[in-house]
Every structure is written in structure tokens, then in C-alpha cells.
Design a protein around this ligand. Structure first.
Ligand code: 6R9
Length: 657
């Protein structure tokens, strides 16, 4: 795929407030080269800025590629670094987390919590006590967290990290089936959930969904329930407990010694969609992950002690893990955590949050920006954005128009605003306009240049570097701290998915171009993953949900460009003999998919056809389906079994357009 707008390769913007930090791309290229050639020493110098219980013996163990291990022999604890260090310093009474709940009266939120580092320390220790002493969990055990955006979520993540317990956060918009799959794969012993969560003024019944999921799991022994919405739920004797009750067993000043976790010990598993099969459990280490966060918090976000950082993502995704929780807390900064929808109950809720807390660093997404843009600028006339001094976007390519609009409205065309490229697998940001204490001139829509030490390139099918402005595949040539340890329980798949297309180098699955200044422009996924409103979904997951429906014989799902959400999934469905193709069935199929995968999996259209384009070996050619409906050349179809299928797709699509 490629973006459906033109790329302004030549345009260069120097934001007036950061002029002193500007460096020319050609000079940056030289600095990048030096760091990257000496990448082991270079990353060691960043890692040494962290506090280690025991220093590493070897910077990188590359004896068994692609299973790289960073800072081997070193001992470090993520919870200690993010909490204890600050709680024991002058930051004790500094606000670590500003939390705002969704319910509001007009412009006024009903609940706001300011949690200082001192309080966070106390809470994390209390929860760690529960995990260790009440539930008997220990290093290497896995737990699942199915929670809304409430402070308990980061507190449980930090408490688990304290003990070397591997946590797996499951986005609270996922369905019972998706939750069950993730619990089973992680073999989680404990599930932490809430009675419900607030979303657009409605209660999402998380405990009910969790109960359904637990019918299909066997590893979960105990369920801890946080009270959030006070809706009616059922509690299973012997299995379920309210967190409030369990707290009664915890001494008020409980202290749980942080484990001396090894650098290469897993910190968390985060599931993400791939091309085929069930979601992949990406496993992140401890030392490497903290190192990439240390680097990016300083370079890309230029974090300072008086900053208020707001990342508008959900903690259920990697962006929230790295830049709501671990990144800002590692740096002792103040992080804003907002529970609900950015435009609820008023369209400018997000702007009121910036104003209320004086947000200085804003990290948001193209989908959010486009949805703000829809309403025009007048809505924000009386809003004060002057506190914001730096911002970035993430999740999908940003169209130059949305970039310019937001840059003008919030950035007053005077502060840095970039589109940072990275992914669940990379742990932290890889490509940015602020790639290491400097700023390269902005170009609307580009991602900027790779960070020092990050060896990114664009290559053709036969792995040769492409010419400037020629489309190719993005690759990362050298290992970097923050890279995955493996796919949980499936190391072969890890090798196959990421290290086999171009042997020996990491293949993220994106199309990209590099311009003649050396800037990277990521164009979108080269595989069958789609990004709907910045959320990563595998077309395979949607298809398998569809073919589980009793009326469906076959299905092909592809992503098509959407002005608001970037991409949306559309489905071509072959019905079983005797089934009637009508609107009612379409509706029920859509509901079915939402139920199976979660509300983010809404199909934007469903088309009924009698056959799908397939290869002679029976593989559905989604590429062909996509080309037809996006009006692109269909390319090589010599392996196609039946050309009439292409015509059918075309006809079905044209008729309903
Ligand atoms: C952090 C995150 C990863 C995929 C990635 C790419 C797309 C992310 C982007 C971007 C263009 C950007 N992507 N940031 N594309 N410009 N600034 O989103 O992780 O959910 O794993 O998705 O998102 O396609 O491959 P994740």
C-alpha cells in the first residue's frame, strides 16, 4: 500500500522556538554514522546513565541471532527506577501521575487525582505485597491486566515489574474471546480487572466480559476486581476478590524489596496483530527496554523536570506502556493519564485537558487530529495552548494537511512537531525529527531520521537499498536495545516473521521511502495488517471471526483508505449455499465480528460475492481485492485461479459505492 497523498519532500520548516537546536540533515547524518558504526559502545554509554544494581559484563550477546541479549550480566529493576529513586529524592512530593476520569459536567471533570511519587511508591509496594504475600506470585509468573485507564493499571504494572512478574496488559476494548486467547497464551495465573470502565458516558462491563473469557481459560486461579463504576457484577466464590478487601490484609507501610531482575529478564508481554494466526505475544526485556526509553525521553521528547507530558493513547497499546507509564516515570516527570474519549462530553475535552494541567509535551495520533479538525478551528477559539512546547504524533502516517492544521492550531507554527515511527516490537521510538538532542528541519508528513545507533534503511525485494524517493521495505540492520526477546512461546515464529524476509536483518512490515536529504517517510503496512484509527488489526483476525459465523463460507478482509481513521476494514464474503444475502445479515455479521474481536473491529462495509480471487493453491489474494477497490493496477495475477473472481469483486464494490 502507499499513502494517498503527495509527499512534500522539499518543504522545510524551522520552528522559531527551537532554532538553537537545529542541525542540518547532512551533519546529523555524520553523527548518526559515528554512533551507529560503534553502536555497542554507544548504547552502553546510554545504558550507563541508568542505575544498575550490578553492571553488565557484556553489552550485547549476539552469539545466537536473532535472539539478542542486551547488557548481559547486569541487574536492574524497572519499578525501582521508575518509583523508588524518585520517592527517595526531592521528587517525593512531585506529582508523578495526573489522572482525570471521563465523567464530567460540561467542562468540569468529576474526578481528578494527583499522585505524587511518594504516594506511588506506597501504592506500588502495597500491590506488590498483595501479589507476593497474598497470591504467592513470584519472578517469572505471568499475570493479565484487563483494566480501564485508571491509576490501578500503572500501579499493577509497576508492582509486577518490582517482582519480576511478567505482566500482559489487554486493551479494555477487546472482547471476551480476545481476552481468553491472550490469557491462555500467556498462561496467566492472576487476572486483574474492574467492575467496569467509562467510555463515552457508558459503562463497559469489564467483569462480565472477563467472566465470559474465563469460561475458556484454565490457568487463571484468582481474579482481583477493582471497583470503578459500581455496576452489578457476579463474584465467584473462592476465585474473585475485590481489591479493596484484599487491601485490608496489607500493612499500611508495606515495603517489598525490588527483585534484582536480570537485564534480559522479560518485563512484559504485549500482544499485537500479525499477518496470520493468533496474535503474537511480543516479549520485552528489562535493561534494553529501559535504555531505549531513557534515550527517547531525552532526545525525542527533550524531557525536563518541569514538564507535564500527555500521551493521549491507551495503556493497552505499546505507546501507553512506553510513553504514559515507563518513559515519563523513569525520568521522574509528570505524566497525564486520561480515562476516556478525547471528545467527550464536549468536542474540545482534549483541549481543556491541555489547558487545565498546562501540558508541555503532547503525544497524539493522526486519527485524533483528523477528528478534531473535522469541527473546524472555531471550537478552540478560546482555548489556550501556550503551555505546549513540543509535540509528536504516532500510530500511522500523518497527512500533510492534518499536520499543518495541528501545527498551526496548537503549535502556533513555532514548536517542534514530528511523526515518530516505531512499533510494539521496537519498544521505543526509532525515527524522529529530534533524533538525539538536535532538531532537523520539519517536513509535513515525514517521520524524520533514525535515532543515533538505529540502523534503518529502505530496501527493494532483493535487499538492495532503494534510490531516493523510490518505494521499498523498511528494515533495521543492527540490533537495538528495546528489541523483542522473542514471541512468547513461539521462537520459530519470531524468526519467521521478522528475520526471514531479509535474512539477518529485522523486517518491520512497512513500506517506506527515503528522500534525498535522508528523511524517512513510512507509507503504511506492506503486509495484511491494517491500522484502524491507529490500532493495529490483522485482517486474518477479522476473517477468522467472519468464517466462524454459521452463514459464512469464506471471507477476505482488506484495509482501504479512510479520511478520518486512516484505514478501515472492508469485507468480501462468500455465503454458504442457501443463505440469503441481505442487509439484515450484513448487520448481524458486523455485530458478530465486534463481539468476537472487540468494538474496534467494526467493518466499514460488507460485500457479498460468489467467489474470491485465489491462487491455484487456494490462497486468497487480498492484494488483488485491494487493488481493485482502491483503483490501483492489479499487478501480476498469473497465479490467479479464476479471473472472473476479480470482475465479481469489482462489480460488488461498484454497485454499492
Ligand atoms: C507505536 C505503534 C506499528 C505500525 C507500524 C506502522 C504504523 C506507527 C507511525 C506509523 C507512519 C508513523 N506506524 N507510527 N506509520 N508514521 N509515525 O503504533 O505501534 O501499534 O505496533 O503499530 O504502525 O505501520 O508498523 P503498533
Amino acid at each position: 500500500m502507499s499513502v494517498n497523498w503527495s509527499l512534500p519532500f522539499e518543504e522545510k520548516i524551522i520552528p522559531s522556538k527551537y532554532q538553537s537546536k537545529v542541525i542540518s540533515p547532512s551533519i546529523y547524518k555524520e553523527l548518526h554514522k559515528i554512533a551507529t558504526e560503534n553502536y555497542k559502545d554507544f548504547w552502553a554509554s546510554i545504558a550507563s546513565q541508568l542505575e544498575w544494581f550490578k553492571p553488565w559484563e557484556k553489552v550485547l550477546d549476539d552469539s545466537n541471532p536473532p535472539f539478542y541479549k542486551w547488557f548481559v550480566g547486569g541487574e536492574i529493576n524497572a519499578s525501582y527506577l521508575a518509583v523508588d529513586r524518585h520517592a527517595k529524592s526531592w521528587r517525593k512530593n512531585k506529582v508523578a501521575i495526573i489522572w482525570e476520569g471521563e465523567p464530567a459536567e460540561g467542562d468540569k471533570p468529576k474526578e481528578v487525582r494527583y499522585i505524587t511519587y511518594g504516594e506511588l511508591y506506597r501504592e506500588v509496594n502495597r500491590v506488590a505485597y498483595i501479589l507476593k504475600e497474598v497470591y504467592g506470585l513470584k519472578k517469572g509468573d505471568a499475570i493479565s491486566l484487563y483494566l480501564p485507564m485508571i491509576p490501578e493499571l500503572p500501579i499493577f504494572m509497576l508492582a509486577a515489574a518490582r517482582l519480576g512478574i511478567i505482566f500482559s496488559v489487554v486493551f479494555s476494548g477487546f472482547s471476551a474471546q480476545a481476552l481468553a486467547d491472550r490469557i491462555n497464551d500467556a498462561k496467566a495465573k492472576l487476572l486483574v480487572t474492574a467492575d467496569g470502565g467509562w467510555r463515552r458516558g457508558k459503562i463497559v462491563p469489564l467483569k462480565d466480559i472477563a467472566d465470559k473469557a474465563l469460561e475458556n481459560t484454565s490457568t487463571v486461579e484468582k481474579v482481583l476486581v477493582v471497583k470503578r463504576t459500581n455496576n452489578n457484577i457476579t463474584m465467584k466464590e473462592g476465585r474473585d476478590e475485590y481489591l479493596d478487601n484484599v487491601y485490608k490484609q496489607v500493612p499500611l507501610n508495606a515495603y517489598v524489596e525490588p527483585e534484582r531482575t536480570k537485564s534480559e529478564d522479560p518485563l512484559f508481554i504485549l500482544y499485537t496483530s500479525g499477518t496470520t494466526g493468533k496474535p503474537k505475544g511480543i516479549v520485552h526485556d528489562t535493561g534494553g527496554y529501559l535504555t531505549i526509553l531513557r534515550a527517547t525521553m531525552n532526545w525525542v521528547f527533550d524531557i525536563k523536570d518541569n514538564d507535564i507530558m500527555w500521551t493521549t493513547a491507551d495503556i493497552g497499546w505499546i505507546t501507553g506502556h512506553s510513553y504514559i507509564v515507563f518513559g515519563p516515570l523513569l525520568e521522574g516527570a509528570t505524566t497525564v493519564m486520561y480515562e476516556g474519549a478525547l471528545d467527550y462530553p464536549n468536542p474540545d475535552r482534549w483541549a481543556s485537558i491541555i489547558e487545565r494541567y498546562g501540558v508541555t509535551i503532547l503525544y497524539t495520533s493522526p486519527t485524533a487530529i483528523r477528528s478534531f479538525m473535522k469541527l473546524g478551528e472555531d471550537v478552540y477559539k478560546s482555548r489556550d495552548f501556550s503551555s505546549v512546547r513540543l509535540m509528536h504524533s504516532v500510530g500511522e502516517p500523518i497527512n500533510p494537511e492534518a499536520f499543518r492544521w495541528f501545527f498551526r492550531l496548537v503549535g502556533k507554527e513555532s514548536i517542534p512537531f514530528g511523526s515518530t515511527w516505531w512499533m510494539t516490537e521496537t519498544g521505543g521510538i526509532m525515527i524522529s525529527h529530534l533524533p538525539g538532542l538536535y532538531l532537523i528541519p520539519l517536513k509535513p508528513g515525514t517521520n524524520g531520521m533514525p535515532l543515533p545507533g538505529i540502523d534503518v534503511d529502505v530496501v527493494s525485494e532483493n535487499s538492495n537499498p532503494t534510490k531516493p524517493e523510490e518505494r521499498g521495505y523498511l528494515v533495521i540492520r543492527k540490533p537495538w536495545p528495546g528489541m523483542p526477546l522473542t514471541i512468547w512461546g513461539d521462537p520459530d515464529r519470531y524468526v519467521k516473521v521478522y528475520w526471514s524476509k531479509f535474512p539477518g536483518i529485522f523486517y518491520p512490515g512497512d513500506f517506506a521511502v527515503k528522500d534525498s536529504d535522508g528523511y524517512f517517510w513510512i507509507l503504511g503496512r506492506a503486509d495484511e495488517v491494517i491500522k484502524v484509527a491507529g490500532h493495529r488489526l490483522g485482517t486474518y483476525e477479522l476473517e477468522s471471526a467472519l468464517i466462524h459465523h454459521p452463514a459464512v463460507a469464506e471471507a477476505a478482509v482488506v484495509g482501504v483508505p479512510d479520511p478520518l481513521k486512516g484505514e478501515v476494514p472492508v469485507a468480501f464474503v462468500v455465503l454458504k449455499v442457501g443463505q440469503k444475502a441481505n442487509e439484515e445479515l450484513k448487520k448481524s455479521l458486523n455485530e458478530w465480528v465486534r463481539e468476537q474481536v472487540g468494538p474496534i473491529a467494526s467493518l466499514s462495509s460488507i460485500y457479498f460475492v460468489s467467489k474470491l480471487p485465489k491462487t491455484r493453491s487456494g490462497k486468497i489474494m487480498r492484494r488483488v481485492v485491494k487493488a481493485v477497490i482502491t483503483n490501483q493496477p492489479v499487478g501480476d495475477i498469473t497465479t490467479l485461479e479464476d479471473e472472473a473472481s476479480v470482475e465479481e469483486v469489482k462489480k460488488a464494490y461498484e454497485e454499492l459505492k
